[in-house]
Design a protein around this ligand. Structure first.
Ligand code: 2P0
Length: 358
């Protein structure tokens, strides 16, 4: 175990307290798709950290003879997420032995609409993990750097992409020989971005707000016996290096082609899995065609990427915001469920809002 993950208490455990954390979602530019036990990615990935799409979570804790947790969304019990959170606590218990002395209540709220088709696992698990290590910092006094490192490590054990949400404006997760400190166990901050990318916009078209037919976890599993997996993992490894260079020098033309290629390759992997599946909808494809025509006619560097779902993330420099919003209102809004879309932008990562101990 790396030294930062070890638990070295120097202070008594607080009797009780509450910690509130805010953590954002993120959108991968080079995608994580495929993993080995336990939550080890089969290729490195890089993402923009978002800002407005975030989760606010309060953890209230109280000393207890045995560990237990309750999970609520905006004050209401929610059993749908219990199995994944339960498995998260089982995976982290050896790294956080102090948790066995507490009863924990988790209350969480997403700023993006519930069931909007925006994955809440990245922001959700990173928020819980950061709140837990905030408590650990009270007991061990470890540094801010170590706190974020351990929070990213724990987040990964909840949901792989969550490891990247701790850091902004971008984060890299997964070992790459050319990226110092990169590793499979936690993400690292990536801030070597050209000015254009520091305020890059991500407007998310909510094309389908329904629950996905195939979960990401099931999709990752299908990469194990996938006919193209070896080539894909190699390609992603190479793409990571190219993307780092593009983000640094601000080459928008190359950014457009690499980010769109990554998005379509991710979905091509889904379409060629056994069993195959499709997460894009008709509206996704129509909107992509419109983006391509708009880019050609206007010369505005608007591109798209996709998560594991039908919603289209539109990426562009802030200087073009009004022109892109006019285009969305005029031509793309017909593909959005209830005409909903979310205007987000690159952000700075997870933060503690409040911590009280008694
Ligand atoms: C990513 N995605 O890099 C990729 C691209 C979706 C498409 O990571 O099983 O929710 O919880 O580790 O992190 C979604 O998968 O999967 C994902 P688990 P996760 O963002």
């Amino acid at each position: 175990m790396i030294s930062q993950l070890k638990y070295n208490p120097i202070n008594p455990l607080p009797e009780s307290g509450n910690i509130t954390v805010q953590s954002p979602s993120n959108i991968a530019l080079v995608k994580y798709w495929g993993k080995k036990p336990i939550q080890i990615p089969t290729n490195p990935s890089i993402s923009f950290t978002l800002s407005k799409c975030h989760t606010k979570t309060t953890i209230s804790f109280e000393k207890s003879d045995i560990f237990s947790f309750e999970f609520k969304i905006e004050g209401k019990e929610n059993i749908a997420f219990i199995p994944k959170i339960d498995s998260f606590f089982k995976r982290i218990k050896d790294y956080c032995p102090y948790l066995s002395k507490y009863k924990i209540n988790i209350d969480t709220k997403n700023t993006f609409p519930h069931s909007s088709g925006i994955a809440s696992s990245a922001s959700g698990f990173s928020a819980i993990a950061l709140a837990i290590v905030e408590l650990e910092q009270e007991i061990t006094g470890f540094s801010e750097n170590d706190k974020y490192l351990k929070a990213s490590f724990l987040s990964r054990l909840g949901s792989g992409s969550a490891s990247r949400s701790l850091y902004g404006p971008a984060a890299i997760w997964g070992l790459h020989e050319k990226v110092p400190n990169s590793n499979n166990e936690f993400a690292i901050e990536h801030s070597d971005l050209h000015q254009d990318f520091k305020s890059y916009q991500d407007t998310i078209l909510l094309i389908d707000k329904g629950t996905k037919k195939v979960s990401s976890t099931a999709g990752h599993d299908l990469m194990n016996n996938h006919p193209f997996s070896k080539q894909r993992f190699f390609q992603a490894y190479e793409n990571l290096e190219s993307m780092i260079e593009i983000l640094k020098n601000g080459d928008l033309e190359k950014f457009i082609s690499l980010s769109e290629s990554e998005a379509l390759t991710l979905h091509a992997m889904m379409m060629t899995s056994n069993p195959y599946f499709l997460l894009m909808k008709e509206g996704t494809l129509s909107a992509i065609e419109k983006v391509w025509s708009f880019r050609k006619e206007s010369d505005i560097p608007l591109s798209f990427t996709l998560d594991a779902g039908a919603n289209l993330h539109l990426l562009y420099p802030k200087a073009y915001k009004q022109k892109v919003l006019d285009f969305i209102e005029g031509e793309l809004i017909v593909y959005c469920e209830k005409e909903h879309y979310i205007c987000d932008e690159v952000g700075s990562g997870a933060k503690i809002l409040k911590a009280n101990y008694a």
